[in-house]
Design a protein around this ligand. Structure first.
Ligand code: MN
Length: 245
């Protein structure tokens, strides 16, 4: 039997107390169901040596959703419409993105994860879509209603010839949407591989290695949508491939 790849997942600071680090179980389950060993990473922003030791044991990196990336990371001051930030997590995830790209370790990034990936690679973000892109459709479906997490509320157009197009085998599909920020300037080493009808970037991928990011939440749809499950499976397959004989 093939060994299962170890996928590192940096945690997030709990929004009610900085004495706790947490991670949503849906991500863990989607990765586990795709054959990965999910491995939670503590936010030891002040301990690069320990982070390096953790990194050396990983086969892939997963970046989950969460708080806004600190605008200082892309050279902007915080606007009034910026949401909560998590600077320790920004630092740890940025370090892991750099180490992963250097080592050509596969990356899969969701929502904030896509945004962090873009910023870590030199891109920037709209601090709030409504405030900065007035013509945009609604992307911030944050109702208390739990079903909103699995509601497919807008279409995306997938660019032909990209990894994501390969994974989906379809040019258009409908996705959930729980984000108030989006990519402004795309990082030079990334390609935009899917767009919302208003032009907002909904997926990216690296040019040089397996690194994909999606703006929607496939982990919420993986149980019911085979196409969303295939995203996790393609990532796990790439991580397994990198493990060597
Ligand atoms: Mn969206």
């Amino acid at each position: 039997m093939l060994a299962r790849p170890i996928i590192g997942i940096p945690m997030q600071t709990q929004n009610t107390s900085d004495a706790f680090w947490v991670m949503r179980k849906q991500y863990i389950d989607a990765l586990r169901n795709a054959g990965a060993i999910p491995w939670i990473i503590p936010l030891l922003a002040d301990d690069p040596e320990t982070l390096r030791e953790i990194f050396d044991r990983l086969d892939g990196l997963f970046l989950a959703g969460g708080a806004d990336v600190s605008p200082a990371r892309y050279g902007e001051a915080a606007k009034p419409y910026l949401g909560a930030t998590d600077p320790e997590r920004d630092a740890v995830e940025t370090a892991f993105v750099r180490m992963s790209l250097d080592a050509r370790l596969p990356i899969f990034a969701v929502c904030r994860g896509l945004q962090l990936l873009n910023v870590a690679c030199g891109g920037s973000l709209h601090q709030d879509i409504r405030a900065e892109v007035p013509a945009a459709i609604k992307h911030d479906y944050f109702a208390a209603d739990l079903h909103i997490r699995t509601a497919c509320v807008h279409d995306i157009a997938v660019k032909a010839g990209t990894r994501i197009a390969d994974i989906f085998g379809s040019a258009s599909l409908s996705v959930n949407s729980m984000h108030h920020q989006a990519i402004k300037e795309l990082a030079p080493n990334l390609t935009a591989s899917a767009f919302a009808p208003d032009g907002i970037i909904e997926a990216v991928e690296a040019k040089a290695s397996f690194a994909i990011g999606v703006q929607w939440h496939p982990e919420e749809l993986a149980a019911t949508e085979p196409a969303m499950r295939r995203l996790f499976e393609a990532f796990t397959a790439a991580a397994t491939e990198g493990m060597g004989p």
